[in-house]
Design a protein around this ligand. Structure first.
Ligand SMILES: Nc1ccn([C@@H]2O[C@H](COP(=O)(O)OP(=O)(O)OP(=O)(O)O)[C@@H](O)[C@H]2O)c(=O)n1
Length: 403
């Protein structure tokens, strides 16, 4: 029997579990936070599973929110923290491979754990620190193995997103996928087309920014899951290319998509279409398009467009990182990046004058004129036409007005 010391977030939630227990119900910590604790990883949300039905939970606690009551989840607010409490449930009646179409509440923990995706996610933690492990999850954690609970085929038929979750965990935790589970993913990959793009995207980005994206990508390609992702069908070579990048360490979604677009050899416009197809926000689409243009400019060693994009500077940083990632050895492109590194300022925020100072000194109203002037000052400093010193900048700005 394994007993662990409860980390603070669990200790904070103990009164909630105790209240449920005092009322005659069972209550356990479950899900990702239990897994991550055993892996010594930081934990985010503490999930609680209980034998109490949603109405019973609501009757016990004074502050609750129905976050997903149809699936048995009620949020209990306690000292400013929200805890998701979910009634034990089975979902044997999935029909659309997406979401349980008829959740059945049950009173048994075993039934609840049985319907979870992977053995490492099917552990429960008691208030005394004891781990309940019905499917060999602890052994799999030790072996760094991702294995479906019970019959893999059934787990993926219940919810096809679980296949993406599995390849995501392969990267995020740097774990191997068990052979039978991997075969089941290959056999059922087409079911992914039933899943909403938004949900797939969350897993895809977590895969790319994970600990071992190459391993995740390898499984994503091998199982052919990529064929059921928007606009990826004919891009096996581009995805393979990402796999070959040394020191692939991505840290945000903009970098991910800019790199993907570069490896897919897309134009900036096509990059925009790609992220649109993946249902990214308008802002993300705009940023990726900009960053992709900046990558092109850098690869073509055209300093002028590069400077033009200074106003979207964050995107330039993304672009620089992407160019680094694709390992540009071409001297001229490197020199463009170095030029960027050596710029007198790296952002408009680095200017020693801001809009307020300009307004007071030049006696102009806030509005587009002021914004334009700041851009002009930024470009003048970057192009070394004027030094980033207060007096010099104000004089330069004065001349801009006279012009
Ligand atoms: N498609 C899914 C999603 C979730 N779960 C179960 O619900 C738990 C909580 O799910 P979620 O919070 O989405 O994911 P985590 O496993 O906690 O991982 P992360 O927080 O890293 O996404 C999982 O551990 C797993 O037991 C599942 O069986 N099938």
């Amino acid at each position: 029997m394994k007993i662990i010391n409860l980390p603070q977030p669990f200790k904070d939630a103990l009164p909630i579990l105790e209240k449920l227990r005092d009322a005659g119900f069972e209550a356990y910590f479950v899900g990702g936070s239990v897994r991550d604790t055993l892996l010594n990883l930081p934990i985010h949300d503490v999930d609680i599973a209980t034998s109490a039905y949603p109405e019973e939970i609501k009757n016990l606690f004074s502050k609750t929110v129905d976050t997903g009551i149809e699936h048995g989840t009620v949020m209990v607010l306690d000292h400013g923290t929200g805890y998701e409490i979910t009634t034990f449930r089975t979902e044997s009646t999935y029909q659309d491979y997406r979401r349980p179409d008829k959740v059945q509440f049950v009173r048994s923990l075993d039934e609840d754990l049985k319907r979870r995706d992977l053995t490492i996610n099917a552990l429960a933690l008691k208030t005394n620190g004891e781990i309940i492990d019905l499917f060999g999850g602890l052994k799999d954690l030790d072996k760094h193995l991702l294995r479906a609970v019970g019959v893999a085929n059934e787990r993926f038929h219940e919810d096809a997103l679980r296949m993406m979750r599995t390849v995501r965990f392969a990267s995020q935790l740097d774990f191997k996928i068990d052979n039978e589970t991997l075969t089941a993913i290959s056999q059922n990959a087409a079911l992914l087309s039933k899943i909403s793009v938004e949900r797939i995207r969350v897993e895809w980005i977590k895969l790319l920014i994970g600990k071992n994206p190459r391993a995740g990508l390898e499984d994503f390609l091998k199982t052919k899951l990529y064929m059921y992702c928007p606009l990826f069908e004919l891009k096996e070579a581009g995805l393979e290319k990402i796999k070959t990048i040394p020191n692939l360490k991505l840290d945000n979604e903009e970098q991910c998509w800019t790199l993907i677009a570069t490896c897919f050899e897309l134009t900036a416009e096509e990059a925009g279409q790609l992220v649109h197809a993946w249902k990214c926000s308008k802002e993300l689409k705009m940023n990726v398009t900009k960053a992709k243009k900046a990558v092109e400019a850098m690869l073509a060693n055209e300093l002028t467009p590069y400077i033009q994009y200074l106003t979207g500077r964050d995107m330039l940083e993304v672009a620089c990182r992407v160019v680094q990632l694709i390992n540009i050895t071409d001297y001229t492109s490197m020199s463009v990046m170095l030029a960027y590194e050596g710029l007198p300022i790296k952002s408009r925020k680095d200017l020693v004058v801001d809009g307020n100072v300009l307004r007071q000194f030049l006696n102009i109203e806030p509005g587009p004129q002021l914004g334009k002037m700041l851009i002009q000052l930024e470009l003048a400093v970057v192009n070394r036409k004027v030094r980033n010193e207060k007096l010099a900048l104000l004089e330069y700005a004065q001349k801009l007005i006279v012009k």
